[in-house]
Design a protein around this ligand. Sequence first.
Ligand code: PBG
Length: 328
Amino acid sequence: MRTPSARPRRLRTTSAMRRLVAETSLSPRQLVLPLFVAEGLSEPRHIRSMPGVVQHSRDSLRAAAAEAVEAGVGGVMLFGVPQHRDARGSGGLDPEAILNVAIGDVVAEVGDDTVVMSDLCLDEFTDHGHCGVLSDDGTVDNDATLEQYAVMALAQAAAGVHVVAPSGMMDGQVGVIREALDTGGYRDVAILAYSAKYASAFYGPFREAVSSTLQGDRRTYQQDPANRREARREVSLDLAEGADLVMVKPALGYLDVLSEVAALSDVPVAAYNVSGEYSMIEAAAAAGYLDRETAVLEVLTSIRRAGADIVLTYWASEAAGWLSALAP
Ligand code: PBG
């Protein structure tokens, strides 16, 4: 019998050997925890489709942010859930409204120790649930939405946020927000652009998380899952408009896109391991179909391997704890 001339298995013989030759690392500092805060809550409220994730009250949000920082995560991403919504999403622009006051709370609590980021989008604040304001014919009006985003960026910056994260996929949003921040005296507030964001069924549980009222879909502004070249164009435009970081979203079905974006980008690349990706594993683990911790770490490592410098994940605090225990 012919014996193999090469034996790659030699590098897999012990866990020490595997640790030595691992090509990809995963550290708590690379993880960002998305957090939801809802107006008017006195206790956190469970999100049925995302077991283990809650809508926070202002108090529990501060505690969760402190816990995340304690676990060593790289940052937190805040989403606000208002009690009242209107056609123009005014609640996102109002300095006294839930997201902006929550930014202030979190910055006061942990702002010196972590990177505080906020979602810059109107969908949580509009009564129709779209990411922008509507024209008379019911389509999302790109340029009218940009005016709202500029004001929203200033409100978030005034609340003390370090990074704004425009997620609405309006053309020109990064440039308009950059100009607004610079003119407003917030030159050091960074922009994490959701550059390649696809119209995905995997945002399903997030709709419950933000009590979304959306009817229909977002296919006239978010990308078609069929397209990869288009992602390069979106990223190039955002880089030209001044994005400090770019993001691909969702992560798992789009690892090829992520890999291309990582090759193209000269700024750090983030990937969003979205709600549906979280809930799939939680459901399978709860049913006993797979080992939860192993599956989560495998997924997060895969997203890093594909090229993400930063991973947004609802497991951030918990995974950070596991990673610290694995590699003290
Ligand atoms: C829009 C936004 C969405 C998510 C993050 N920002 C929803 C959407 O675009 O429909 C989804 C995140 C997730 O599913 O975990 N503000």
